[in-house]
Design a protein. Structure first.
Length: 610
């Protein structure tokens, strides 16, 4: 009789697997700004430790490659060493038997291509430029550079008004970001080394909700300079806020009837309530900013006329034009633009989708917002059609989960190929071609047609949400340089060859996030101030609490919850529930205060002004 042997994990194997998890957490929380060569060596050592030892390129070659790279850090290398590193890495890449060897070598080759100058800097001058820019991960990953540890420490001490004041030093829209920011600051939070990242956005919302009215600082003495801001979205509003604080007279020109840009006309009120948005805008502009709504610059008044009238002009028009799919039947009745639908909802004009089968084409936040809005507008079915995998969707994960919870169907890996119409040119179905995932390019896998027959999906309404464009034709006619549909401006926001005219936000980068638009407005304000001959500094006047030296025990992250699905799909009221006082206290105390420990100590704390 044969004996059945059941193999179980031994203690050593289980311990090694726990170590892998610890390494993964550490990698996930590694901040930007680390020496790239040192980081490459660390990955190389980890790969070398994993080698099975059967092939020479991996067993011997990776060790030699490590020695060459370490000689660069130790000051023992010459410029010829860089070529030798490249040759060695290429030989390992071409001859290793498995991914442990050739992927480690590919990583080194990729580094040589991406930061070769750092190798030269180490060899010739014995220093690393990257270390000069080392910062606290959450601060460095926030496009606006907000002092995240500082305001979290203030929340922990229940100083909510001071937390809002500190945020406003770099980001004048704390309420907006507390509700809808994509929170890149959480991506590499060092708390991940222990358990999970801090819920930074949730804490920001809690501070704003509980601070009450927090007046903005009084402006500096009037400078006698006047600035025109074209566009009343987050970038234009932020620039106007900072410029008015600096003592300049600011006037905003907005083509819509209300300010807010895509915050009002692109984000439904179930995510960002209109009354709260308007309240924040009113506070931002309370230093005497003049507003001209219903005025289209380039049509009602030219940029050059503004330039003659004002000392400087900031162009901050948003991405409000829909992109076309180019498929047959796109012009049929019942085919709408996501931008148009959300714009109507922003003006309190709600389409009637009662009893309709709605298909939304796209995978970004706009597509998700339209699909969830369709449910609230009475649609019988609301489905999202996406040509890539669900994992590749650019929409925020929590938004996708919210849509699915509310009954939206998600069909991934299918590509729209034709819209079927009836005799009256009404859309009645969408034909799609199943896709198969393929090679990875630019960080996402490409797709190609699968060897399957096209599928017919019946529908009543099709909404196209595959991206937005910028309306630049009128600006181009005036001589404003336009390149690939975007205004040609430098990273400093200077419009090429036109002194005194600046541009920023979506119109120079393409559609981006709210916090990126706010950061662009902040940069533009600083550069316009400098152009006008000033160097104003923005201060918060807030004293940050000293760090708590008590132990940080492993604690679960407080996630945001939502209203009951059965209730929330019936209206456009706010979906997300706030943290409780106890939750906010616990979450804020999870912060490791990286501004005082680790690299933060070398920076002497945060920059209090800019």
């Amino acid at each position: 009789m044969s004996r059945l042997r059941i193999i179980t994990k031994d203690r050593a194997q289980a311990t090694v697997e726990d170590m892998y998890k610890d390494i993964e957490r550490r990698i996930a929380s590694s901040p930007p700004g680390l020496c790239p060569i040192d980081l490459s060596i660390s990955f190389l050592k980890m790969a070398h430790a994993q080698t099975c030892g059967k092939c020479v390129p991996c067993r011997v070659g990776l060790g030699q490659l490590m020695e060459l790279m370490e000689s660069v850090l130790d000051g023992e290398a010459s410029l010829e060493t860089i070529d030798l590193i490249e040759k060695t890495a290429r030989a390992i890449y071409n001859s290793s038997d498995c991914a442990i060897g050739y992927e480690a070598a590919r990583m080194v080759l990729k580094g040589l291509e991406g930061f070769r100058d750092e190798y030269v800097e180490h060899i010739l001058r014995g220093r690393c430029n990257f270390s000069l820019f080392q910062s606290v991960p959450c601060v460095s990953l926030c496009p606006a550079g907000v002092d995240v540890p500082g305001y979290i420490a203030l929340i922990a001490k229940e100083r909510y008004k001071d937390a809002v004041r500190l945020i406003r030093k770099d980001n004048p829209m704390p309420l907006v970001c507390g509700y809808v920011c994509e929170h890149p600051c959480e991506t590499r939070c060092r708390r991940k080394m222990i358990d999970d990242s801090i819920n930074i956005r949730g804490l920001k919302r809690y501070a704003v909700d509980n601070a009450g009215e927090v007046p903005i600082p009084a402006p500096a003495e009037y400078t006698g300079k006047r600035v025109a801001v074209v566009g009343g979205g987050p970038s234009g509003l932020s620039a106007a806020y900072f410029l008015s604080l600096m003592g300049h007279k600011v006037e905003i020109y907005e083509s819509k009837s209300k300010l807010g840009g895509m915050l009002r006309y692109g984000i439904p009120s179930y995510r960002l309530p209109r009354n709260l948005l308007q309240g924040e805008i009113d506070i931002m502009l309370s230093n005497g900013v003049d507003i001209h709504t219903g005025v289209t610059v380039g049509h009602d008044i030219s940029v050059m006329e503004l330039r003659e009238k004002f000392d400087s002009v900031y162009i901050a028009i948003g991405a409000h034009i829909d992109k076309k799919t180019g498929i047959e039947g796109e012009d049929a009745k019942g085919v709408y633009s996501a931008v148009d639908i959300l714009r109507s909802i922003g003006d309190d004009i709600y389409p009637d989708f009662a009893g309709k089968k709605v298909l939304v084409l796209g995978g970004g936040n706009v597509a998700i917002d339209v699909a969830r809005s369709a449910v609230r507008l009475g649609a019988e079915e609301s489905s999202i059609i996406y040509r890539r995998r669900k994992d590749d969707m650019p929409a925020m994960e929590e938004e996708v989960e919210g849509a699915v919870a509310e009954g939206c169907a998600l069909y991934d890996l299918i590509k729209p190929i034709k819209i079927e119409t009836d005799g009256d040119e009404n859309a009645v179905a969408l034909w799609v071609q199943p896709q198969i995932v393929g090679t990875i390019e630019s960080g996402r896998p490409c797709t190609s047609d699968a060897k399957e027959k096209p599928i017919r999906i019946p529908c009543d309404i099709i909404v196209i949400a595959i991206g937005q464009g910028i309306e630049t034709r009128d600006f181009e006619k005036e001589g404003i340089p336009v390149k690939r549909g975007l205004i040609d401006a430098l990273s400093t926001a200077d419009v090429k060859d036109i002194p005194g005219v600046f541009a920023g936000g979506d119109c120079i980068s393409g559609p981006a996030t709210v916090i990126q638009a706010i950061a662009a407005g902040k940069v533009a304000a600083a550069n316009i101030d400098s152009y006008l001959g000033f160097n104003h500094e923005i201060e918060s006047g807030v004293v940050i609490p000293e760090p708590d030296l008590s132990d940080r025990v492993s604690t679960g992250r407080v996630n945001m919850s939502g209203r009951n699905v059965c209730d929330r799909i019936k209206d456009f009221e706010l979906v997300e529930e706030p943290m409780t006082c106890k939750e906010a206290k616990q979450e804020s105390e999870r912060c490791l205060r990286c501004d005082h420990f680790g690299f933060g100590v070398f920076k002497g704390g945060r920059v209090e002004r800019w």
